[in-house]
Design a protein around this ligand. Structure first.
Ligand SMILES: Nc1ncnc2c1ncn2[C@@H]1O[C@H](COP(=O)(O)OP(=O)(O)OP(=O)(O)O)[C@@H](O)[C@H]1O
Length: 266
């Protein structure tokens, strides 16, 4: 369980970025975090991981507190971060070394390393690229290797911080599908994104607006009932089309079903 309790944060005193943010994410949830540029989404990701500390309030992961230095190692073991630019994450020369590097750091036994390596590459469908050089891969493949390196560490939570934003539509779809695979296996997925079509694939959406948590709930409900444009958010494509066809008509159950089935949401 990941809990933000009345979190306040600023980089410069007198210029608050986050004010009184409280929410709890249960194990196995798929949560999208959205909001306009600069609203504080990446700051939230860094607070979750203990890279930043709240100025007031607390961030706790399974009774571990990010403000306690003695808790940080165990917090880092449980949270993996995937960033927008996978190249920022690469340290070594081959795909295999990239994944083994993290495992060596946390002293995983050799036999288990091979099993984790195989499983992680399978999860992102990159088994055939063991000896490939990460820098020579396509953008989508690089991102999948970055995800494999995190998956191999077996975190409980993976935060994807705009991890699809540099990818073409096919690459985005692959990454979203990997998120759903991991979610299906019980992992907690936190997806920070500007793509509202992707938000519909989450079961819950947190909207940050002017430093505050403005909405916490079902994404479809948000787009049906709240003025997305007021928060600098686009309507998802399917809902835009529906709105143009049936100006202001409420979404029918079968339309909702169709939108959900696009992402195989149950
Ligand atoms: N290291 C820093 N020092 C000072 N200000 C910062 C720092 N990092 C971020 N900020 C500021 O804090 C605010 C929130 O930034 P953050 O990166 O969390 O927003 P975001 O919602 O992730 O933005 P985007 O959608 O553009 O990626 C912004 O005004 C940003 O300029």
């Amino acid at each position: 369980m990941l809990t933000f309790k009345q979190v306040h944060f600023y980089y410069k005193k007198g210029q608050p970025v986050l004010e009184n943010i409280s929410f709890t994410i249960e194990p196995g949830e798929f949560v999208a975090i959205v909001g306009a540029n600069g609203c504080g989404k990446s700051t939230i990701a860094k607070l979750m991981d203990g890279l930043l500390l709240p100025k007031e309030g607390s961030v706790e992961l399974n009774n571990l507190d990010t403000s306690k230095p003695s808790d940080l190692t165990r917090i880092h073991e449980q949270i993996g971060l995937v960033f927008q630019n996978p190249e920022d994450q690469f340290i070594t020369t081959t795909v295999m070394d990239e994944i083994l590097f993290g495992l060596e750091n946390i002293r995983v036994p050799r036999e288990e390393m091979l099993e984790r390596l195989q499983h992680a590459l399978q999860a992102v469908q990159m088994e055939d690229y063991l000896e490939a050089l990460p820098h020579e891969l396509s953008g989508g493949q690089k991102q999948r290797v970055a995800i494999a390196a995190i998956v191999a560490m077996r975190p409980k939570i993976i935060i994807f911080d705009e991890a699809t934003s540099m990818l073409d539509p096919q690459g985005r779809e692959q990454v979203i599908s990997i998120m759903h695979e991991l979610y299906g296996q019980g992992m907690t997925i936190i997806h920070i994104t500007h793509h509202m079509d992707e938000v519909l694939s989450a079961e819950r959406m947190l909207l940050i607006h002017q430093g505050r948590l403005e909405f916490d709930g079902d994404p479809l409900t948000f787009f049906e009932t709240m003025p997305a444009a007021d928060y600098q958010l686009h309507l998802p494509f399917a809902m835009r089309i529906h709105q143009q066809l049936h100006e202001k008509a409420p979404l029918t159950a079968d339309w909702k079903e169709m939108i959900r089935s696009q992402w195989s949401i149950n």
